[in-house]
Write a protein that binds this ligand. Structure first.
Ligand code: NAP
Length: 222
């Protein structure tokens, strides 16, 4: 499948590399492809990552979305709406939009706070701003490496959540997640359930702090 991964950070890199490994064609969206390509070894080493993943092509958000049948939002939460506006509503219409972003505000230091919470969520704001997109919130509750390789922790015996209004879109995303190795995929319901998975982040950050590793997740036991 042709997939756009919007975002060049740890999450974008982990998801893009995994999708290529699974046989998909990937365009990675960024604000300025040339500037992003030139990010050197002193920074995140993005150029080395590109060299190691030659099948992933860098593109503007609009070019990536235009190429894609399915779009992944792996941009910073504070910039997600801008990134998706740059991708263009008309290029998202009718497409599944997997939203991994979290509304984290680091402006007052660590730990970050949530800049959307309680009666709204970033997932809902994205769905409202792009009504033609089939938004599915998922994977935002685990660290990047675990998103792509859930079997690295507890033999894959832990839970990932789905939130979204479109049942068929959620079924397709569940199938993609299974191809990553996810076994326990919990459909929470419509996009308003994204509030819960976004408000889980303060607990996740404290688990990370207490354990000294982001390789941690929860399992729902019924
Ligand atoms: P990040 O540093 O949070 O985001 C990097 C990406 O955001 C870059 O591609 C950057 O664009 C884009 N971006 C930032 N501000 C923008 C703006 N104003 N307009 C357009 N694009 C903008 O990277 P990350 O750590 O990979 O996280 C990505 C998302 O996943 C975040 O929302 C994060 O909360 C969520 N998440 C992360 C983890 C994790 O393990 N890191 C786990 C769960 C969820 P350029 O490429 O142009 O610089």
């Amino acid at each position: 499948m042709n997939i756009a991964v919007l975002g060049t950070g740890m999450v974008g890199q982990a998801i893009a590399a995994r999708l290529v490994e699974l046989g998909h064609s990937v365009r990675m969206g960024t604000r300025d492809p040339q500037k992003t390509f030139e990010r050197g070894a002193g920074d995140e080493g993005f150029r080395q990552w590109m060299d190691a993943n030659p099948a992933v092509k860098l593109a503007t958000y609009a070019e990536a979305a235009s190429f894609a049948e399915l779009v992944v939002n792996a941009t910073n939460g504070a910039g997600s709406l801008d990134a998706l506006r740059a991708a263009g509503a008309e290029r998202l219409d009718g497409k599944i939009l997997i939203d991994i972003a979290n509304p984290l505000d680091f402006s007052r230091g660590m730990p970050p706070t949530l800049f959307i919470s309680n009666d709204d969520s970033l997932g809902e704001q994205i769905q409202r701003a792009f009504p033609g997109a089939r938004v599915v919130k998922t994977l935002n509750t685990v660290t990047a490496r675990l998103m792509a390789y859930p079997a690295l922790l507890g033999d894959g015996q832990h839970t990932v959540f789905l939130s979204g209004n479109d049942a068929a879109a959620k079924a397709e995303v569940a199938s993609l997640l299974r191809s990553f190795g996810w076994q326990d995929i919990f459909d929470l319901g419509d996009i308003t359930t994204a509030r819960g998975v976004e408000m889980y982040l303060p607990l996740w950050l404290r688990l990370w702090g207490a354990l000294g590793t982001g390789m941690v997740n929860v399992r729902v036991v019924r």
